[in-house]
Structures are given as C-alpha cells and as structure tokens.
Design a binder for this molecule. Sequence first.
Ligand code: ADP
Ligand code: MG
Length: 684
Amino acid sequence: MFLNDDIDKIKNIGEQRQKKLNALGVYTVKDMIEYFPRDHEDRSVITPIAEITPDASFGFIARLADKPSLTIKGKIQIVKARVGDGTGQIDVVWFNQPYLKNSLIVGRTYWFFGKATEKYGMLQVASPEWEIYDKNKKSLSNGRIIPVYPLTKGLTQKVLRGIIRQTLDETTEEINEFLPDNIIEEYALCPRRFAIENIHFPESDESFFRARTRLVFEELFLLQMKLLQLKGIIKRKKCPFVLEKLDPSPVLAELGFSLTKAQASVLEDIKKDFSSGTVMNRLVQGDVGSGKTAVAVAAAYMVISNGCQAALMAPTDVLATQHYNSISKVFGRLGIKCTLLKSGMKKREKASAYEDIRLGLSQMVIGTHALIQEAVEYNELALVITDEQHRFGVEQRRQLEQKGKTPHVLVMTATPIPRTLGLILYGDLDISTIDTLPPGRQKIDTFAVDTGYHKRLYAFMEKLIATGQQCYVICPMIEENEKNDLKATLEYTETLKKVFSGRNVACLHGKMKSEEKQDIMERFACGEVDVLVSTTVIEVGVNVPNATVMVIENAERFGLSALHQLRGRVGRGSEKSYCILVSDSKNKLSKERLSTMCKTDSGFEISEKDLRLRGPGDFFGTRQHGLPEMKIANLYKDIPILKQVQQAAVRLYREDSLLNLPENKSLNSELLGIFDKNKKNLAL
Ligand code: ADP
Ligand code: MG
C-alpha cells in the first residue's frame, strides 16, 4: 500500500466508510495517517480493583467470575456482571445491550475502562468500554495513552483507532523526511516516522511531546515557506537613529519594583533591536497584569536619553490618561516632559501641546489616536509604542509610524489577535513574551452566579468596602441599541446608589465627555469612589490596585477574552480579589464559557478555549487572511516553535528561494502537494 493510494485500499474500508472518511477530508493513505487526534486520554495506568474509588474513571483487567445477569426494569434492560482481579471484585453494568449477557464469557479476562460509582455499598462501573485481554498482545484501546479523533456521524473512536493502526502497519512506503537534514539536525526534530507513530499512539508523554513538536514545526514551516515564496522577505529598514546610550537603569530605579526575569529578558530583546542598525518591529505579548507598561517605559527612556522622542498610543481616553498620570510621575522625576494628547482637548491646550511636541520640548507623547492627527508634527520621533493593539487597526499604527522617519515600533498586547497573527506570518514582527506575572499576585477567585444571588453579592461588597476596598460593576449591554444600554446603565447606577446608600457610587460610560470620564477615573483611583459602575470603557489596561471586586452583569454577553480582560482589572494589589459573573443564561455554550472563567486564570488557556468555542474562522479572522486551517499547530501555544520556524525558513529561502537544489526537492513537492489542494484558501 502506498501513501498516495486511495483509502479503499485499506482493509476494512468499504464504500460506506470511505464516504465518511472523505467527509473528514481523508482521501488517501497519506491523509489517513495524517489525520491527527484532537486529544489523548491517558489509559496507561492499570488499577487493581482494590484501589478503585468512586467518582473517577479507571482502567482495570479482570476476570468474569459468574454468568452475567439480565434484569428488566420497566423499559430498561440491565446486564450486570461481577468481575475480579485477585485484589477484589467489582460490578460492571450495561443498559439496553441485552446481547452482552451472552458475549461475555465466564472465566475469561477482559480490559475494562469506565467511571466507578458507589451503589448499595458496592462499587460498580456503568457502561464500561471493554475488550478481551490478551497478555501477548498490546491493546489499542487500553493500558496506554490513546488518541481521541475528531469524528463524524457513524464513525466511532474505536473504529477509527483500528483503521489508523492498520494503515500505519500496512503502509509499505517509507514515511520520508521532507525537511532538509540540516534543519532536522539543528532543531533536534525527531524522525517523521516516529512523529506520525507517536502522535497517534504515543509510547509516553515525552514521545508524544517530541512527535507533536516535530509535526507542528513542519506544518508551520510549510506555511512560512509558502508565504516567503509568495511575498518575499520583508526587508528590514535601516534605522536612521543612532541610539548610543542603552542604559535604562535610571528609570528602572524610579519604578519602585525590580523587573521580573521575563520583563528583563524582553527589555534585552529591545536593546538588541535598538543597537542592530535596523528598525525594530516587535510585538510584546503578555497576559493582563504581566507588566507590559514598565517594559514600554524603559524602552521609551532609552530613546529619550539619546535625545529623541517616544510616543505611546492607547485605545481609550481613560487608558491614555492613566498612562499619562503614571508615566509622567516617573519621568517627571528624571526631568523628562510628557504631553497628553486626546480628543476633546481645548483648542489652546492642543495648540500648546502641538508646539511642545514640534519643538521637542516634550519628549514623551501619550495619547489616543489623536497622536496621529495631521496637525501633529514630531521633532525626532524614534519610538512608537501601541498599547493593547487589538483595538487599533493596522492602518492607524502605520499612520503613526509615518509620523517619524521610520521609527522603532513596539506593539503590546494581552491577546495575540488576527492582525497580529497575519503580521507574524508575514514575518515583519518579532515577538517577545512576558510569560510570568510579577511576584505576590494572588489568584482571583471567580464565581458564576445568577441574579438571585444579588442580595448576598451586595452584602459581600459592602463588607469589603467597609474595609476600604473598591468594586467595579460592569453593566450589561442589554440591546444592540446604545441608547437603551445607556439608560440601563444609568438605572442600574441608581439602584446601586440605593443599595449602597452610605457609599460613593459613580457611573462611567462611553457617552461621557472625556474630562468627565477622567475626573471619575481619578476619583476612583484615589479611593474616593467606592463602587464604579461602568460599561466596558474600562475594559483594557486600567490599573487601580485597591479595587478588589469585579462584578460583571449579563456576563453571558461577553466573549471569553473580554471577560478575562475585565477580570484583569482586579487582583493588582496585595488584597485577595474576586470576580463575580452574574448571568441567568441557560445556554450551554454560555455556561461553558463562564465555567471556563471560574476554572482558569491563564490568558493563553482562555484564548484557546475561546478559539475552540467560537471556531478559528471567527476568532482569527483567518478567512480574511487567507490562512489555511492548521491541522496540529496552535497559533497561540506554538509561538516558540513558530519563531524557530521563521528563522529556519528565512535562512533556507535565502539559500534556495525556489527550492531547486536536490536536497530541497522533497520539501518542494510536499509544498506543492499541500498548497495545490488548498489553493483557494491561500488568497494571499
Ligand atoms: P499589563 O501588562 O496588563 O499592561 P501593567 O503594566 O498595567 O500590566 O502592570 C500591572 C501592575 O503590575 C502595575 O500596578 C505595575 O506597577 C505592576 N508591576 C509591573 N511590573 C512589576 C514588577 N516587576 N514587580 C511588581 N509589580 C509590577
Ligand atoms: Mg496594559
């Protein structure tokens, strides 16, 4: 059997199964062995019956002691058998499969896998998977890590597992390498045959991990190579600025904390960029609260200490103002002048800000997209920082870049997003990750409750307010209609004013004037306001360490990433913090989203889950970018591999862009094979 044979060459695949597999995109033997599992289940542990406990799943090997019994209760037929393994006995039970009474044979030994429960003082396992135990043969489904495949109707895991095993065993053609030898060697990739075998039937966690790394590498490599062939290498622009002084220590000394290892290493990346002679294009990604601002400030400081200007663009007035307040405090002590630019400034104020910027009197410019308005002229803009990039279009970023003579660019984001992804794959952004949080952060306890819980919730908030802590209440977007949302927010504020009658309750919404918003945020930041009722205008970036409670009403209306961003507003100080998600939704997906929030606080995990719940098309906007769907790579988790891939692909492209050299021939044909099939997907 050869790799390019149709799957009906595989034993046990008739017309029916062939059709079903075709529906999964599997046409050839090669497709079949490259039909990767979506998950694995660890069944490698075999538990002695004596050690089985209720309410968990176990795999065990046991002998059937007595003939199974069949009882009928109403419409339910129950087959029950007692099995034992020398350490103890347990009951196995099946429902509405009466034939099992005769399939299970007394005296034989079987594999079982299922969940144990306690019934009438006896442990039992309901509807376990089972198969005959043969001590001379390794089982496909038991006593090992087993693959879990994406299925289609009429195909079961067991069948698919069997088919794939058979295909692997019967393929006579070698599963050849197509990556050039030097790449395999340099990145210590495991052989392809090993990878394919172990992605399906891993020998151990470690071999699975090696297999996956290899397959992710090659998938991304093929994509990257194709993109390079289509677009060429984006030339690094020469940097017109000479940054001689690259010592951020004066500003670091003003921060009041020392950088985490992760922050320091990102700063090192930036320093290297600054001294490389070419223009920096760097994306810094780090979960909410990981301390991206400090890195940005240090980068800005280095530029400024060389006599140049830096600009920081934030997506909202509130955030820009907050950055201005905290950064100007630090820079003020170092004699660096900061200027805030945002919408709704008075004419005179604006004119004088423009003047300061134009003459270079102001070295650090902070603002919203007001930064890119035509009238703004910079003096020597050498660094452009955009915060929370996903709120900006690429276009806006580009406009700001055009304000300087090719300034360095630093993009900061808590969620790698479609555009970023596009840019990554186009290869013009380098990536640094802040992968740890500053020390002393506590986990934010998260609860999902319904509106029946309001009274207790208010009492809980009151208790914390009495100790001097502060709360956010995020108001629902009730309808598409902004006017009604505003009304609801105002009404809810009134309600809360009554509930917290002795407290200071304030409302913040998008329709307010900029000064009004700023005023409220300041009053909240200094502790004067106890409860801040807000629409999602505070979603990104805001930092008030004394706020410890985040209540989100109609939480089902928000996407996972938005919820995670909102939750990131608390847990910024030393006090224990809470996030309460209020929702009456009965919708299964919404419930799953909220329960994900309660279970995890990792931004990466949440993005991944978001991706799974929403589908890649929506999430990444991959359609819009013409990227093919990934079979195994996860564009969030696998960024470290993607980096290696970029490096390797660029090098190879430089050596042999058309892959004409003999040693690159099999890579070339693999590339053609894949992208021909997906031609219409790759509309780059
Ligand atoms: P984000 O990455 O979400 O933008 P911020 O930059 O707003 O995070 O930082 C969150 C909080 O953590 C701020 O209060 C900041 O002062 C604090 N912080 C940042 N870095 C450190 C550090 N290395 N040690 C202690 N606190 C830090
Ligand atoms: Mg931030």
